[in-house]
Design a protein around this ligand. Structure first.
Ligand SMILES: Cc1ncc(COP(=O)(O)O)c(C=O)c1O
Length: 372
């Protein structure tokens, strides 16, 4: 397989465990075992205490798949297979795509969404989330115009990492309509699902909204549990699910037994976990908005509408790669520059889900004020 290095993952590998502070993580503050267990219901505690550390069912623990299915309206436990989120991208792309297929992919993208189709030999159209009048924008006409007879799939990621772009519900349905008219698969990376910033702006899952929709979700971001390495694919396309199962036998075979039980516990605490994360994101968002708009000679603030990240534009007088390098060297604060997403334009990502976000902004005040 001829595949390029995953730039974001390599960047994190250098700095994540050596820098004192991280300004750009995309996950929300991780839960501790104690926090999760403390609020667990009796049935999951019994499952935990009596857990045998054997192999698990390949599609995922039946009780876990039942809990997962409760998140969806038209998608049942039978339509779900558990995977590691990143594995879900790898497997689905391999299950559906062949050399010569054309795929339209949101851009910038979490790299595997574009890199795996490229490595398979697909032709790719980058569908750019772009800045228009200081707002993130995605052009639906561009999508329609670029569909051709080889187009097999559209790849979405809403709420979008890194911009925090979220279409309106009407726009989302329009995308589905376009996919339906052309009989295309819709791979919808929903890793930041349910993290909408304003009530009533959240989107339905693609698996619920469209028969050829495939939803990827998991516990890494919205549920504060990236260390469980637990996610799932949901789709009502039975044949596709079978193909995915076949491929999973060559990757992980089945999930981790302790993670499955901890995942059941977490899903049953959904309301509490979601509230804590949304409250923290809103608080950090207000701090970020104030910090960056106050320094509008250096930055352009682009309001995110969902998820746990934002993409800030740096004045072109300064080079963003150089700035991030200097800051990690001088202040031990890691910031991810936009080039890591192969996205030109002097942007950097900030992560809004962590407890120390405001402390890091405070640490940066003097640095930026001297720069200006
Ligand atoms: C959009 C998107 N999809 C998939 C993933 C992969 O999730 P995980 O790291 O839990 O495998 C990430 C992680 O950052 C992501 O941002």
């Amino acid at each position: 397989m001829n595949i390029n290095e995953f730039k974001l993952e390599r960047y994190f590998a250098i700095h994540e465990f050596s820098a004192k502070y991280l300004l750009s993580p995309s996950d929300c503050e991780s839960l501790t075992m104690q926090e999760l267990i403390e609020k667990a219901d009796q049935e999951s505690l019994d499952l935990w205490n009596n857990l045998k550390l054997g192999y698990t069912e390949s599609k995922g623990h039946p009780l876990l798949r039942e809990e997962i299915a409760k998140l969806y309206n038209h998608t049942s436990a039978e339509d779900v297979i558990t995977i590691v989120p990143e594995e879900g991208i790898f497997i689905t792309m391999h299950a559906l795509l062949e050399q010569g297929d054309h795929v339209i992919i949101i851009d910038p993208a979490y790299q595997s969404l574009v890199e795996i189709p490229r490595a398979i030999g697909c032709s790719i159209t980058n569908w750019r989330v772009e800045e228009r009048s200081q707002k993130w924008h995605l052009d639906l006409e561009y999508l329609e115009k670029n569909i051709n007879t080889d187009t097999k799939m559209i790849v979405l990621n809403f709420p979008h990492n890194p911009t925090g772009y979220l279409p309106t519900i009407e726009e989302f349905h329009r995308i589905i309509e376009i996919a339906r008219q052309h009989d295309l698969y819709l791979f919808s990376d929903e890793m930041y699902w349910l993290l909408d910033h304003q009530e009533g702006t959240g989107l339905p899952a693609a698996a619920d909204a469209y028969k050829k929709g495939i939803s990827l979700f998991g516990l890494s971001k919205t549920f504060s549990l990236p260390g469980l390495r637990l996610g799932w694919l949901a789709t009502r396309e039975d044949e596709l699910l079978k193909k995915i199962s076949v491929l999973k036998d060559y990757t992980t075979i089945c999930g981790s037994a302790p993670s499955e039980i901890l995942a059941i516990m977490a899903l049953r605490q959904k309301e509490d976990i979601l509230k804590a994360n949304k409250d923290r994101i809103r608080e950090n968002l207000a701090a970020a908005r104030s910090f960056f708009t106050k320094r509008d000679n250096l930055f352009t603030w682009l309001e995110p509408r969902g998820g746990s990240t934002a993409f800030v534009r740096l004045n072109p007088k300064y080079d963003v790669e150089e700035l991030c390098e200097n800051i990690v060297q001088e202040k031990s604060i890691m910031i991810v520059p936009g080039g890591i997403f192969d996205y030109a334009g002097n942007y950097f990502r900030i992560g809004l889900g962590r407890n120390d976000f405001k402390t890091i902004l405070h640490e940066l005040e003097e640095y930026f004020d001297q720069l200006a």
